[in-house]
Design a protein around this ligand. Sequence first.
Ligand code: LLP
Length: 441
Amino acid sequence: MASHDTDFDPKDDPTPAELIAARGDLTMNAMDGLTLDGVPLNSIAETVGTPTWVYSAGTLRARYRALAKALKDAGLDAQPHYAVKANDHLAIIGLLAREGAGADVVSEGELRRARRAGVPASHIVYSGVGKSARELTLALTEDIGQINIESAEELAMLSAIATAMNRVARVALRVNPDVEAGGHAKISTGRATDKFGIAYDDAAALYAHAASLPCIQPIGLATHIGSQILDLGPYRDAYARIADLVRMIREAGHRVDSVDCGGGLGIPYRNQPAPSPAGLAGAIRGAFHNMDVTLSLEPGRWLVGPAGLLLASVVLVKQTPLTRFVVLDAAMNDLVRPAMYDAWHGIVPVSAIDAVGPLSAADIVGPICESGDTFARDRQMPPLTPGARVAILDAGAYGAVMSSPYNARPRAAEVMVDGETWTVIRDRQSYEDLWAGERLS
Ligand code: LLP
């Protein structure tokens, strides 16, 4: 299976019409153009301007419910902890929390966001390879549900802090199962050469050591093998290895009560075949059914990626002898995924007239002074003229949250569509905001 976005041939790209047809919340309406849950994107753009991130609350809820149902249907009592890094907007964390999600956090800021959005501390898991003493102290003060420990060094640090605070830290050991998870090398985390997790062969001994520490309560194991995973094989391999480890640790006389199955489930950016939550639930069940462990997951992208898009306008169309460049007012500072991972995002016109125009190849780029500021190369697009709008699809995960003010470009506005109404959930950053906190000398 082609796993890197660069492995695909542009001639196999889905057309804009195919992309819209495959996304239940999008409709191309002859009068209104592209709508999200029936709300015309043009009316949002006219009011808020572009670039603007637009999310569908309905899609977020539907996806959370589909995941929860798949787990339940597989007979699993598994708690999703939403990986806040995918999109840490308070409204999104809060919406998922109201659906029942906990939170997987990796920094003090994410922990504070999750609490601010209403996630109970007991539903928070703290992951990450380099939690500072200050962050570990906060996690213990808040008494969060679980801290995922990634090294012997980190365990020693937490043990010292917990002892000084006279608190007991509930920990899971994040184990590196040494599997190749297929996705882009920059987001693969489960190989022995990656910085993540405890080496598989060291995990049982470290668990025993953790159990001997007075202020550490080891409750289980955790694993996370990568992101945008489109093949269930690596999950099955990793979970089988974790299940073996649970048995080994139990044989040595220790309690293992829980397994955190991580995140990583991929989404069909290109309309390509992608595993379903039912498939993932099957892989989890296959390894852990009847093992008497409490299960949890850390999904990010799968929940929020397809629930968001980036609305942008065409600044100008530049024709060179070789290429038609469609230059947008959105750029790599807004959505960095194409520049950073060669990621493929669907791009569709917003106006109904544009949508029926004849397709021909274009490079769709931003205005930033780097060739990497390219959203798509050789993309089949209709003729677009200055002022035309496009939607960059599946941008709800690792979109706004990875944006930067590079080239002194203020952060784009964010909008939530909920049923027939929509709300600005984050104002466009002002220029004054851009230099707030700076001093001239
Ligand atoms: N748990 C841990 C410990 C993680 O490191 C991650 C993602 C997740 C859960 C959630 O993974 P997801 O379900 O979203 O795949 N910026 C990259 C993705 C980086 C993922 C980092 N870790 C991108 O835009 O593709």
